[in-house]
Design a protein around this ligand. Structure first.
Ligand SMILES: Cc1cc2nc3c(=O)[nH]c(=O)nc-3n(C[C@H](O)[C@H](O)[C@H](O)COP(=O)(O)O)c2cc1C
Length: 227
């Protein structure tokens, strides 16, 4: 399914998409002008990024939360600005497919996704998806958030954002993360974003297991290395 096919899925969405040509062009121009202005710099001299981290576990101190903590620690040390949205602890609702948004917002759900996350998501240079592996895919909490991207698809797609996936799983087979990573890469490709890294913590089904593994350090270094 390519973007054209997906967007042609609804008449309203198609009209919105066509009308939004100007909007997208304006958005690109403003991004370009932001780049040529004196963009905020990190301590290493790189561009300061706006990062939105979306977590999907119901365990506040679970394994994937540790990856998020470590990544954020590294990214903030490098001088980036981080917003964290813990989907499992927010008032969120699944997409109803009503199409009232016309893929260009607002959503009929006036919940934490629309009010808290969406402005940060649209402004983000980098979006980090963090999830435990649930039946070889992402958790329902994270999927609920991603389905709600639909209401702002016009603004999000082609916006040149970067993306990262971090996931934890009990199993450690060579195919344990295959379906999840394929789904993530497909979503990123569809949105026209760029995957810049993954931390796939296999064999990490509990906190003691992940604390003994190399993955928290990988997450920290990934955050620290961003420029
Ligand atoms: C509903 C559910 C489904 C799961 N499915 C898988 C799975 O398909 N493969 C796997 O290796 N582990 C699976 N697990 C184990 C979790 O991915 C693992 O314990 C993970 O570390 C939990 O992350 P958290 O502490 O961040 O919540 C599942 C756990 C639950 C509760």
């Amino acid at each position: 399914m390519n973007r054209r096919v997906f967007i042609q899925g609804t008449g309203a969405a198609l009209i919105t998409f066509l009308l939004s040509g100007c909007g997208l062009a304006l958005q690109d121009t403003s991004l370009a002008s932001k780049d040529t202005k004196t963009a905020d710099k990190t301590s290493k001299g790189g561009n300061k990024m706006k990062i939105t981290v979306i977590t999907g576990s119901p365990h506040k101190n679970g394994t994937s939360a540790l990856l998020a903590d470590k990544f954020i620690e590294g990214a903030q040390k490098a001088g980036h600005e981080v917003f964290r949205f813990n989907a499992a602890f927010e008032d969120i609702h699944p997409c109803l497919g009503c199409d009232r948004c016309g893929m260009n917002g607002p959503c009929i759900h006036q919940d934490a996704i629309d009010k808290k996350l969406t402005p940060k998501l649209i402004a983000a240079d980098l979006v980090v998806f963090v999830t435990p592996l649930y039946y070889f895919g992402m958790s329902a909490q994270l999927k609920t958030v991603i389905d709600r991207f639909y209401a702002n698809n016009v603004k999000l797609s082609g916006s040149g954002k970067k993306a990262i996936l971090m996931a934890t799983a009990y199993d450690a087979k060579d195919w344990t993360m295959a379906a999840l990573t394929h789904h993530y890469q497909t979503v990123v490709k569809y949105l026209g974003w760029e995957d810049i890294g993954m931390v796939l913590a296999v064999g990490c089904g509990s906190r003691p297991l992940i604390e003994r593994s190399e993955f928290p350090e990988q997450a920290y270094q990934l955050g620290l290395s961003l420029s």
